[in-house]
Design a protein around this ligand. Sequence first.
Ligand code: ZN
Length: 270
Amino acid sequence: MSGNARWLLYLLRCADGSLYTGVTTDLERRLREHNSGRGSRYTAGRRPVWPIGSWRFADRASAQRAEARLRRLPRARKERLAMAGDPFEGADFAGPAGPRFCLRCGGRLETVLRPGYEHPVQLCPTCGRVHYRNAKPCAGALVVRAGHILLVRRAIEPYRGYWDIPGGFLEEGEQPQAGAVRELWEETGLEVRLGDLFGFYTDRYVYQGEQGVTLNIYFLAEVIGGEERAGDDAAELGWFGPDELPVRIAFDHARMVLTDWATRVRGEAG
Ligand SMILES: [Zn+2]
């Protein structure tokens, strides 16, 4: 397929584990629509969604024909096509691409569906290692003071200039609670005491063109010390009430967290 082929057939994984297919010329725009509830009725009730594969077609009609065929395949077959990065109906795979080679021995990975398992995995036929693709754990805190929540404006990509909930990737072996307290200190200069678990949210994280999945763990928290200062990754800090949350919020899941928080606060007030 030529480089100027503009129509993409895409495959999304929804929050309930089901798959959704569609065609578009602009996948990022469609993702924003799906994740804001305006994409389709099906995905609106199953957010967040994220792309697991796409294929590039020369025109809309051929993308739609391929979509009809993709829809009829069993779920595990669709997943396997995307994970392997295989062409489909004569069209090149357009990403997001996963790893192709074994991290241990450099062998070329195969995508297989093992009997009795629901999801395909990548397997190295040379050394026998199974390469699982999982979410990366992150932890953060909803620090609340006088009914206002603490947000940080990001100074780095992705989402530079957007407001975010303080938090970040856990170090290997670090407990989520310790990670949340550490991230708060690094990003805001504040010492916090964690309260109840607020919730778990998965999301997509695109870094230098590569897509990963994050599992974001949030705790409620209060300030017990320190002095407010924006850390290296943050441009500024701000406190926001439930009715004055910023429009430009980084990451789809953070928008969901803040909506859930605002709904909960209003419920407690009413
Ligand atoms: Zn290997």
